[in-house]
Design a protein around this ligand. Structure first.
Ligand code: FNR
Length: 359
């Protein structure tokens, strides 16, 4: 790009210029008409910030904790697959960037690098492992054991993909990850050829999964379990009953069921339903410091970002991801100072108002 990026959208613009159609489409795509994809961004603009003045904001403390681990600011990395199609260093660069920025990295089951390689590249970093539960339970169990052995701190079980939704850009480009991007985590007989791994793996995910299976997987691991893909108060309550440590309010970045609400619009309902019995995080459309501020005000303990990290990788590998995280950190700091918040605990719900709900 001609000049250095100054906001997260600049990284996407750069990716649009340099990436081939297949990978670009895979990173950008939403499901069907992409209504939820767009809504994730639009919904943030309908939430307004009500700033307080004359409070000492000469220094702002952005640090917080997730599951008891201290991070230097509440923006973490969401799991995204096939990062080798964004940069040859893929997940290794991403994990190192998150570690250097002192925040949490989530590794996808569908990573281009193996659990063990990512772990040894950032051994001291806070790392979550995202799990798809496959019909072949032995493979699933082995992934959990490998993540435990490699020192991952939590298991993020994704529950919004019983089937892969229709993503038109992938269908049109016939996207399949390039050899450098194919998943490195399967050594147990999963087909890993060039002819449609993406859809093949989707077929492997178990659509019969229920809350009972979750209870089994929870008891199978010592890692705390986070459920990713919760959008309703009802499911949030069931998740609490199942004893999860955290809930990720997520619509998979608009890539699964289209026309579900933006995550920022259902966050407060989920937070109210869990009654502080577990932590609540959110992802989907977070691109600005003010977005992070609004999510925290509505009760998220932290936010996670997906596509911006991938576009940071495209821009400049590890340094690009660090730059993405640094920009969002700086924008959050500025939002806090300008709204009278000197630390994360001061970001409360009275500081945001929904334009239409009038709350
Ligand atoms: C994803 N997401 C995802 N989620 C998951 O649980 N496992 C995965 O392997 C992937 N892979 C993936 C690939 C790509 C290219 C994207 C864009 C997303 C969803 C991801 O974790 C997260 O929920 C969204 O990306 C958040 O939305 P934003 O930040 O991309 O708007």
């Amino acid at each position: 790009m001609d000049s250095s990026p100054v906001c997260l959208d600049d990284f996407e613009e750069h990716a649009v210029r340099v990436l081939a159609q297949g990978p670009l489409g895979y990173f950008q795509t939403g499901a069907d008409d992409e209504i939820t994809l767009r809504e994730n961004r639009r919904a943030f603009t309908r939430w307004k910030i009500l700033p307080r003045v004359l409070r000492d904001v000469s220094s702002c403390d952005l640090s917080t904790t997730i599951l008891g681990h201290r991070i230097s600011f509440p923006v973490c990395v969401a799991p995204t697959g096939y990062q080798g199609d964004a940069h040859p260093d893929g997940e290794i660069a991403t994990a190192q960037a998150a570690f250097e920025m002192n925040t949490c990295y989530t590794m996808s089951t569908m990573s281009s690098k193996s659990i063990e390689d990512v772990s040894s590249a950032a051994p001291a970093g806070l790392r979550f492992f995202q799990l798809y539960i496959f019909k072949q339970r032995d493979i699933t169990k082995q992934l959990i054991r490998r993540a435990e052995k490699a020192g991952f701190n939590a298991l993020v079980v994704t529950v919004d993909v019983p089937f892969l939704a229709k993503r038109r850009k992938d269908i049109r480009s016939k996207y399949t990850p390039s050899p450098q991007a194919r998943t490195a985590n399967f050594t147990h007989g999963l087909h890993d050829g060039p002819d449609g791994l993406h859809s093949h793996v989707a077929e492997l995910i178990d659509p019969s999964l229920t809350w009972d299976d979750l209870t089994f997987f929870k008891s199978f691991t010592k890692m705390p379990v986070i459920l990713k893909g919760i959008l309703t108060a009802e499911d949030a309550k069931l998740a609490v009953q199942a004893g999860v440590a955290g809930i990720m309010v997520s619509n998979h970045g608009g890539r699964q069921l289209d026309t579900v609400p933006a995550t920022i619009d259902v966050l407060a309902e989920v937070v109210a339903a869990v009654e502080s019995k577990c932590e609540v995080y959110m992802d989907g459309g977070v691109r600005l410091g003010t977005d992070v501020f609004k999510a925290l005000a509505l009760g998220a303990k932290a936010v996670f970002i997906g596509r911006p990290v991938v576009y940071g990788l495209v821009y400049n590998g590890r340094e690009g991801v660090k730059k993405v995280l640094q920009i969002l950190r700086d924008e959050l700091e500025s939002s806090m100072a300008l709204s009278g918040c000197a630390n994360i605990a001061e970001i409360k719900s009275n500081l945001v108002r929904h334009l239409f709900m009038g709350k």
